[in-house]
Structure formats: C-alpha cells, structure tokens
Design a protein around this ligand. Structure first.
Ligand code: 4EZ
Length: 232
C-alpha cells in the first residue's frame, strides 16, 4: 500500500472527517494521545490531532515520523485570515511558515529567527503542485502564501497587522511552523493546508466557534482528494 502518510490536525474537528473515511481502523494510544492507522483509497494513513499549540504539534509530528514511520506529512485545519483577500471558508496552502512569537530581537536578530534556524521554512514543492492540480480539477480556489504560527489565539487587529507586516504573512494559526521545524529537520516532505475560520480580529472568538466545523471539513475534504491523487 505504499509508504505511510501522516495526516495531522490540532483539534478533533480538524481530523474527524478524515478518520470517518478510514478502513481497517486501528487505534493506538501513545504519549497521552490517540493515533488512528488505516487505509484510504489504497493508501496507508496515520491520522492524529496534536492538541493546540506549537509544543503539542512538535510532539505529534515527531512521533508520526519516528514511531509510526510516516514518510510524508499533510496538515489539515483552520486559520485566522490576515490578508483581506481571504474570507471564511477559503483555502490557503503555506509556501512557508514562520514563528511570529519567537523573539530574541534584544540580540539584534530579526523576529522569528534563532541561530541555526530559519525565519521562514518552505513546504514541499511537489505536494504544493499536487494541491494546485487537485484544486484545478475540482474547480476550487486555492490561495498560497506565508502562514505565521504562534502560541496565541490572535483576536486583535493590531497584533494581526504587525504579524502581517513583519512576516509578510497571509494567515495565522498555532501549529504549522512547529510541524515545519520537525519535518525539515527529519527530511520529511510536508504540506500545510488551512481553511479560514475567522479574521483574527475582535470578532475572531465568535467567528471561530461559528465556522470551525464547516471550515475544518472544507480543509479535510481537500486533503482526502489529495491523498487519492498521491503517488499517481
Ligand atoms: C490554532 N487554531 C485555533 C485554535 C483555537 C480555541 C479552543 C487555528 C486558528 C487560529 N489560531 C484559527 N483562527 C486563529 C486565530 N485567530 N489565531 C490563532 O491553530 C482553539
């Protein structure tokens, strides 16, 4: 059935539509989490939600690769929009990810940078191209841009504008850059997809609650279409 593909989210809502489609489901409890192994359209998947934030995302991404043997990783979830071109339900793929809350500027370094790291970590080009092909086939609009990650739910127009200006970011969330750090260090091709749930402004909390489920489903459905096309 080919090499194992990790499909990761942060919250149950982000991966439930994918788990619902798995055949020969096997659930493994490990490191205070559940890992769902199964197959979809002849591909072997390992699916899990990490819990929210960079630390949990690092743990889960690492285990999916090191313990479960995944050779590629796809992240599915929701995000807050920075770009005013992005509306609730729109899909965006990251071409690069940065950590907006990483700050050793006191030593003259740029925001998001630590020695021996990089401000912006690029995602796998082949997976991005696959996503664009799938979007075209399905007649879906897929935006591409920088996604900024931090351990904050941003619901503040000023903070959002600062992140947009500082990192040239189009959307923000709380896990993507952590996954990027793990996968780039371990040489695992990875892909980050998000559907917009809110605009990271003063209404973000309310909008997030309203649109989490529908936007998470939009993202998950796209990931399933991509999995179907992988290795073809
Ligand atoms: C984090 N995720 C939100 C988790 C919020 C509340 C119980 C995505 C996200 C996000 N992250 C959607 N909108 C966001 C925003 N405005 N700021 C940060 O990945 C859990």
């Amino acid at each position: 059935m080919g090499q194992k593909i990790a499909v990761m989210g942060a919250m149950p809502e982000e991966i439930e539509p994918i788990i619902a489609k798995l055949e020969n489901l096997k659930v493994t409890e490990y490191a205070a989490n559940k890992y769902y192994e199964g197959s979809y359209r002849g591909k072997s998947l390992v699916v899990a939600y990490s819990k929210i934030g960079k630390v949990f995302a690092t743990l889960t991404a690492t285990l999916m690769i090191e313990r479960f043997g995944c050779k590629q990783l796809l992240f599915s979830g929701v995000a807050g929009a920075i770009s005013d071109q992005l509306k609730v339900g729109d899909l965006i793929i990251a071409d690069g990810l940065c950590q907006h809350d990483l700050d050793i500027t006191a030593f003259g370094h740029p925001y998001g940078y630590v020695p021996e790291g990089e401000v912006c970590i690029p995602t796998d080009k082949k997976l991005r191209e696959l996503a664009k092909r799938v979007a075209k086939e399905k007649g879906l609009i897929l935006k591409e841009g920088i996604i900024a990650t931090g351990d904050q739910f941003v619901a503040n127009a000023e903070r959002k504008a600062w992140i947009g200006e500082t990192f040239n970011a189009d959307a923000l969330e709380m896990e993507g850059a952590a996954v990027a750090v793990v996968c780039s260090a371990l040489n695992v091709p990875f892909f980050i997809l998000r559907a917009i749930s809110d605009a990271a402004d003063m209404d973000a909390g309310f909008d997030f609650d309203t649109f989490l489920e529908s936007s998470a489903k939009t993202s998950a459905d796209f990931i399933l279409s991509m999995v179907e096309e992988m290795g073809k």
